[in-house]
Design a protein around this ligand. Structure first.
Ligand code: DGJ
Length: 695
């Protein structure tokens, strides 16, 4: 029996036999598909092989002849290692399937849920239940999908502090192409998606199959190519030994795996993800306030007088939210002590935070505050009172990271301590926003002798949800030494991500571009940094810095008291432009391309009536003149007026004259895509801002 899910331009085809379930296809819409059509995929049996040749069994059991990684692995103290699941019932609708399996000998029940949404995004979640006496030691349960043979390359992402989500694209060879993370958080090096594609696939063309695990703890992404050329993609949680031991009647549910297919290149994957996230009930609905974060302005040097001057200036510039960062609590005058004591420091804030919060709110801005609630330092009242609340191997102090240890939030007392202290601070003055940091990886995620990343991750999600419940309207930014915890699990609990500590616009262009692969700009903090970047010590023009910060949840991270008159003028211009156009920036479809050493990035309104593009020259261009930029995604039959936004664009061209069309022209959508616009020659680290309006 064939089951076909169809939605959002994607088809998923399953074949149920009396005993088991196969997945025959995930990808392009196939129209009506039937038993006769599927016959074309039946394979011959090779010499030296078993007498069966299973294709893409959902549970991939070795006992049925599958030769690759099984979906589930576990045992009962070394027994019940071989699995043989039988399909006991299933229920399908046009866009969903729930399949129930039983392995009688192993004493396991297993349910797999598939849901294909209107954006063509397939969500998978599985649950295994121990249905027998005795403990079942689960090693892994991953969710897999088949890939066709034209998927011959893989794109994934690597990174470190201040250089997150760098793309790497390579051939899919035989065996596993794997990315694993066991930092106890998703991490800077986390591949926010693993994307199989064809060598001809690029931003707007070609096929791509992406999978991401919606989880902020340990993770695995695999592509597996077997010697019989079966290719598949799978993802899930990386479980530590003994992390999940199921007693009779207990279950483990995988994190959701989010899978997207596109025949419109990488932009198609991105826009499907954006569609799904934007349609959620909990997606931020209010315009994303222009945010000033004070970290790079003052670091630990908290001083009411200085901060009030910055706040006054911020209000003049048009800032809508001010966030006080690290250093306001306990003994935290530097990064060596104080974490864990979430009580306002009398030393630096003798009158509490209220005077600053009142000043900020009196100017019509919101006030936000930094926390790092999962952490504790040895020099803190919390550690002195509860040295047993660390995640650690009993009897051994874990290595330190930024002089800190990790608090065991799975312990009820520790959880309550953080919840109550944070909640009390929030209620003490008008705090509507939290920036929540996590500045080290978890090297010994052990609670009472047992691995605890799974439970720690869930505890954090619970903590965020509870804080929001107690403080209606509260928004939370997820930060982890910059962009160390940006994933599709956290997106359900946080409202903004701090994309990276890298505020140098040149570096940040790449970080933002690829973080935006699956996370929409309205959730990604992008700040105008100081003139001389604190991370790279490079100097960048204000126009390049503001253009870099435009396509995101925009903000500023700079002591703006040091800004020149010119810089302040451009900042104000930027603030106005962002506020006027953020509804479009935060709802449009993304179009990206690379033109020589320049990045083109645009957002086009869903009805194609309007668009904004930046053209960012990263390095020098190779030829004598620069290149033309093809602008895809417009209505081919409609005419658009293209206007250079000169107040925010660079004026510093290399060529003697501007291109003939400058600063504005009217052109049809198909010509924008096929012929494009001749670009002026920009110096490195200069950018242009274009506005397009349908006539
Ligand atoms: C790391 C974050 O990424 C920074 O933005 C800042 O909040 C510091 N931590 C504070 O310690």
């Amino acid at each position: 029996m064939l089951i076909q899910l169809r939605n959002g331009g994607t088809s998923v085809v399953f074949r149920a036999t009396d005993e088991t379930l196969e997945i025959a296809h995930w990808g392009a819409e196939l129209g009506d598909y039937n038993e006769q059509s599927i016959a074309s995929t039946k394979r011959s049996i090779a010499h030296g092989d078993l007498d069966v040749n299973p294709r893409n069994l959902i549970l991939r059991e070795h006992s049925r002849g599958w030769r690759g990684h099984p979906a589930l692995r576990g045992h009962r103290s070394g027994k019940s290692v071989s699995n043989y699941f039988e399909l006991i019932k299933h229920k399908a609708t046009k866009d969903s399937l729930v399949a129930h399996f039983e392995d009688k000998l192993a004493g396991l029940l297993l349910t797999v849920n598939y849901k294909l949404d209107q954006f063509g995004i397939l969500t998978i979640e599985s649950t295994v239940t121990n249905n027998s006496d005795g403990d079942y030691f689960l090693e892994h349960l991953l969710n897999w999908l088949p890939l066709p043979q034209q998927a011959n390359e893989v794109l994934d992402f690597y990174g470190h502090w201040s250089k997150e989500r760098q793309p790497q694209r390579r051939q899919i060879g035989y065996g596993l192409t794997t990315r694993e993370g066991f930092e106890g958080r998703s991490g800077h090096d986390y591949t926010i998606a693993q994307i199989a594609l064809n060598s001809s696939t690029y931003f707007q063309s070609g096929e791509a199959w992406a999978m991401s695990v919606a989880w902020s703890g340990n993770n695995i992404h695999h592509i597996e190519k077997l010697i019989d050329d079966n290719i598949s993609i799978g993802a899930g949680e990386y479980l530590l030994p003994g992390e999940i031991i199921l007693a009779k009647g207990e279950s483990y549910t995988t994190p959701k795996v989010i899978a997207a297919y596109s025949n419109e290149g990488l932009d198609g994957i991105t826009n499907r993800h954006y569609g799904r996230l934007r349609a959620r009930e909990n997606h931020p609905k209010r315009p994303r306030p222009l945010t000033l974060n004070l970290w790079e302005a003052v670091y630990f040097d908290h001083n009411f007088e200085k901060l009030s001057k910055i706040v006054e200036k911020a209000a003049e510039v048009g800032v809508e939210r001010v966030v006080l960062d690290d250093g306001w609590f306990g003994a935290r005058r530097n990064d060596k002590q104080g974490l864990g004591d979430w009580v306002v420091s009398k030393d630096v804030w003798p009158n509490g935070l209220k005077p600053l919060a009142d000043l900020v709110t009196s100017k019509g801005m919101e006030f936000g505050l930094w926390f790092e609630g999962e952490m504790v330092q040895i020099d803190s009242d919390l550690y002195r009172a509860h040295p047993d609340w660390l995640l650690q191997e009993p009897g051994r102090m874990p290595v330190f990271g930024r002089n800190q240890q990790v608090l065991d939030l799975t312990k009820a007392g520790a959880f309550a301590h953080v919840l109550e202290q944070v909640d009390a601070v929030l209620k003490s003055c008008k705090i509507s926003y939290i920036k929540w940091d996590h500045n080290r990886s978890i090297s010994d995620p052990i609670s009472d002798g047992r691995p605890a990343v799974h439970n720690q991750t869930k505890a954090l999600y619970r903590l965020f949800d509870e804080l929001k419940k107690r403080n209606p309207g509260l928004e939370i930014e997820s930060c982890s030494s910059g962009g160390g915890r940006i994933d599709l699990g956290m997106v359900e609990h946080a409202d903004r991500f701090w994309t990276s500590d890298q505020n140098d616009p040149l570096e940040r262009q790449t970080i933002q571009r690829w973080t935006g692969m699956v996370i929409p700009p309205e959730l990604l903090g992008t700040h105008v940094g100081p003139t001389h970047g604190h991370q790279t010590h490079r100097t960048a023009d204000i126009s390049f810095r503001v253009l870099n910060a435009l396509f995101g949840h925009a903000g500023i991270e700079w002591n703006i008291l040091e800004a020149t008159d010119h810089e302040l003028k451009v900042l104000k211009e930027f603030a106005n432009f962002y506020k006027t156009h953020r509804a479009l920036i935060h709802s449009g479809n993304v179009v990206r391309s690379e033109i020589g050493n320049a990045y083109l990035y645009g957002t086009i309104a869903q009805d194609k009536s309007e668009a904004i593009f930046t053209y960012m020259q990263l390095g020098s261009f190779d030829g004598f003149l620069s290149l033309s930029a093809q602008l895809n995604g417009f209505d081919p039959n409609q005419t658009y007026r293209v206007t250079v936004q000169e107040k925010l664009s660079t004026h510093d061209l290399i060529q003697r004259t501007h291109p003939g069309w400058w600063p504005s022209l009217e052109i049809r959508g198909d010509q924008l895509a096929k012929v494009g616009l001749e670009m002026p020659g920009l110096r490195p680290e200069q950018g242009l801002l274009l506005h397009l309006k349908r006539l």
